[in-house]
Design a protein around this ligand. Structure first.
Ligand code: NDP
Length: 316
């Protein structure tokens, strides 16, 4: 940050960091308030929905809509009112005082009167080549988004924490059978969630098993498992594989400036998007570890833009 000259840097009233439903909704509201927001779209413009197929739970789309198409529409709507959406990732930031300073793609200095953080979270994956290839074709990290596509089919959830328990329980509404694949012989999840999973007739827990490959040409047809105790390998047929091994909020660059909880989520004041730093607002999955839905992210994005607008108005 020290080597970069900010004396000729562009200055904006509102800079939005991230372009999922939260960031683009914030951009829509801020542009309609004539704040001429600039959005740095980040490494995955459109956010997590870009990797999903049908979105059937976003109100206003009775027939569902493809995730990428929905984000395209969010983008068009924000641009219509003048939001300036730019390629680029904010790679470092200084929130020590107003105006705030940031660097985009490690070279471009930008100054902002207010910052709206909507950097989202990324689901954790196992890191297997075929897992990546079959993402959206049977591999998913969101049972709420994709569970309904697996009606009367056999699926598996990987993980032993609360996310995996929630995913497995949710999937019992659709799937004929849900395997919970866990690498150890005890679960990390809260007792109440464990009890629910154990009580479910549809869920079978496969202990001490690691998924070492995902099988299938065009769609998932099974997984290869390895027994983490004996080392034995076996294949099993499945139509869906859900990862429940955690999410990581994309908040690393803010950790020196903002209050993060133990999992890295930005802490905001109750009933607002105010962070501990005046003029900096956080919304969407970077701040919400409970609901994590597109519609709730859009809602908090709207809140952040309104909070930023009022913050600026009070200082004019
Ligand atoms: P956790 O870190 O709690 O659990 C992750 C699980 O995934 C662990 O069981 C871990 O195994 C397993 N895992 C991690 N990496 C791998 C890997 N590479 N291969 C196989 N398994 C792996 O994450 P969660 O997302 O479940 O929860 C995060 C936080 O959010 C927790 O505090 C949780 O309580 C909370 N939460 C609360 C909910 C609720 O209250 N309704 C719902 C969802 C989350 P191992 O145990 O061996 O480390």
């Amino acid at each position: 940050m020290n080597q970069i000259d900010f004396s000729t840097a562009e200055r904006h009233k509102v800079v939005i960091v991230g372009s999922g439903p939260a960031g683009l909704t914030a951009a829509l509201y801020a542009s309609r308030s004539n704040l001429e927001p600039v959005v740095f779209q980040g490494p995955e413009p459109g956010g997590q929905l870009i990797t999903t197929t049908d979105v059937e739970n976003y109100p206003g789309y009775p027939d569902g809509i493809m995730g990428p198409e929905m984000m395209q529409q969010f983008e068009e709507q924000a641009r219509r009112f003048g939001a300036d959406l730019r390629w680029g990732t904010v790679t470092s930031i200084d929130l020590s005082g107003t105006p705030f300073k940031m660097i985009v793609d490690e070279e471009t200095p930008i100054i902002a009167d207010t910052v709206i953080i909507s950097t989202g979270a990324s689901a954790q994956y196992l890191g297997l080549d075929n897992e990546k290839r079959l993402l959206g074709r049977g591999v998913s990290a969101c049972a709420t988004c994709d569970g309904a596509f697996f009606k009367d089919q056999e699926v598996a959830v990987v993980g032993g924490g609360d996310t995996a328990m929630e995913e497995a329980l949710f999937l019992t509404r659709f799937a004929s059978k849900v395997y919970l694949i866990h690498r150890r012989d005890s679960l990390r999840a809260s007792k109440i969630m464990q009890d629910r999973v154990i009580a479910s007739e549809k869920i079978e827990i496969l202990w001490n098993r690691a998924v070492i490959d995902v099988l299938g040409e065009n769609d998932v047809s099974g997984v290869r498992l390895k027994d983490t105790v004996s080392g034995e390998e076996n294949d099993m047929d499945l139509q869906g594989l859900f990862l429940g091994i955690g999410h990581k909020p994309n908040t690393d660059i803010f950790k020196d400036w903002l209050n993060l909880d133990s999992n890295g989520y930005i802490q905001t004041e109750p009933d607002s998007t105010y962070t501990g730093v005046s003029g900096v607002f956080a919304c969407g999955d970077a701040q919400d570890h409970v609901y994590r839905q597109a519609v709730t992210a859009a809602g908090t994005g709207c809140m952040a833009a309104i909070d930023a607008e009022r913050w600026l108005a009070e200082r004019e």
